[in-house]
Write a protein that binds this ligand. Structure first.
Ligand code: MTE
Ligand code: MO
Length: 383
């Protein structure tokens, strides 16, 4: 079958779909370290995992609205300055299962772990584009190019057997501070097949769908990518829109993700002893916005306390601070007295003072994306 050559995976992953392979770690694995180990990093695929056997023959082409078309080998890419960027990748479908409980949505079900925080190593896209004469910080090329399209080698049914693809604005692609990478390393090791070997795009602060894995070609184009995942998926619709009245062209493809948080030390319905419990989880926002605050309630939202936030344990976390990783999540923790039959909530505030919506009903959308509603956990029989 097409899936005969899938790579080995850690047995502790929760498998949400086998072919294509979609899996996430258990909640508790997420908060055991600031950097998510590769084995426990969620895997989100739309087709079989491609196999590159001869790296010396691998190349990425750059074409489209540029004066010179080029082919870059892995050696060419490794010759460019290397950057390590710690960034959280989050699937737009994270927490979809909880949204489906309100009203059924279409898509692979995910608990709260369709995200991970990794250090990505590679060349900056802004440096790569200079090789075809596109200057830093440009929003249009001399030939009228305004978007950068990434085309993969994997094939998927949504593209009718064609390759997975996506695009970002040229302005973001040529901005060195946007830290868009062509990454060949993940957590200091050669990126593995599941995560895009030999080369993937990493677009920090943006939904995972735009970080194209197994990169085959880069095209400079005038209009944004017309692929399925840009035009017929990953768009945010209001709760009034359903499959019988949808008009995809009325919405923009989702790019930045909004502020999000979740508790990882407890399951949805948990039985814990009365007394003190450690409540820990993650909070993250898109667009490079840091996390200003994480609030926890153990009484269903009547009263709140602020959790302690951290990235690296020895460096104080300051949202937007020079010592903080601007594209990365913060972990949070609070040790609190848990009353009987508690309802425990978490919500975060980002550096632009954006808050999470209280109710999932209010942000229900037919594709089940961006469920960033307050995370709720009910505790039973805790006496
Ligand atoms: N790139 C390709 N070529 N094929 C894919 O199916 N899935 C996208 C994105 N890039 C995908 C892809 C989606 S929806 C997400 S959330 C991330 O990759 C997941 O990256 P990961 O599997 O490394 O966690
Ligand atoms: Mo995704």
């Amino acid at each position: 079958s097409d899936y005969a050559e899938e790579p080995p995976r850690h047995p502790d992953l929760r498998i949400n779909s086998k072919e294509p392979f979609n899996a996430e770690p258990h909640r508790s694995a997420l908060v055991s370290s600031y950097i998510t180990p590769v084995d426990f990093f969620y895997k989100r695929n739309h087709g079989p995992i491609p196999k590159v056997d001869d790296i010396s023959r691998y190349s990425v082409s750059i074409s489209g609205l540029v004066n010179k078309h080029i082919q870059l080998s892995m050696d060419d890419i490794r010759m460019l300055p290397k950057y390590n960027v710690t960034a959280t990748l989050q699937c737009a479908g994270n927490k979809r299962t909880a949204m489906s409980k309100v009203r059924k949505v279409r898509g692979v079900g995910w608990d709260i772990s369709a995200l991970g925080n990794a250090t990505w190593g590679g060349a900056k896209l802004s440096d790569v584009l200079e090789l075809v004469g596109i200057h830093k910080l440009s929003s249009v090329t001399s030939l009228g190019g305004k978007h950068v399209e990434f085309v993969s080698v994997d094939r998927c049914k949504e593209e009718k057997g064609g390759p997975y693809k996506a695009s970002i604005p040229l302005k973001q692609a040529t901005d060195p501070d946007a830290d868009v990478l062509l990454a060949y390393e993940m957590n200091g090791e050669t990126i593995n097949r599941d995560h895009g070997y030999p080369l993937r795009v990493v677009v920090p602060g943006v939904i995972g769908a735009r970080s194209v894995k197994w990169l085959d070609s880069i095209k400079i184009i005038k209009e944004e990518c017309q692929g399925f995942f840009m035009q017929k998926d990953y768009k945010m619709f209001p709760p009034t829109v359903d499959w019988d009245n949808i008009n995809w062209s009325t919405r923009r493809p989702q790019m930045d993700f909004p502020v999000q948080s979740a508790i990882c030390t407890l399951e949805d319905v948990d039985v814990i002893k009365e007394g003190k419990a450690r409540i820990a989880g993650y909070a993250v926002s898109g667009g490079g916005r840091g996390i200003e605050r994480v609030d926890i309630s153990v009484d269903g939202g009547k009263t709140w306390v602020e959790a302690h936030r951290y990235q690296k344990s020895n460096v104080p976390y300051v949202s937007d601070g020079a010592q903080s990783d601007k594209w990365a999540w913060v972990l949070f923790e609070a040790t609190l007295d848990i009353p009987p039959n508690a309802e425990i909530l978490a919500k975060a505030v980002d550096s632009a003072a954006n808050i999470q919506p209280e109710k999932v009903e209010d942000i229900w959308n037919l594709r089940g994306i961006l469920n960033t509603s307050w995370h709720r956990i009910k505790i039973q029989n805790s006496s």
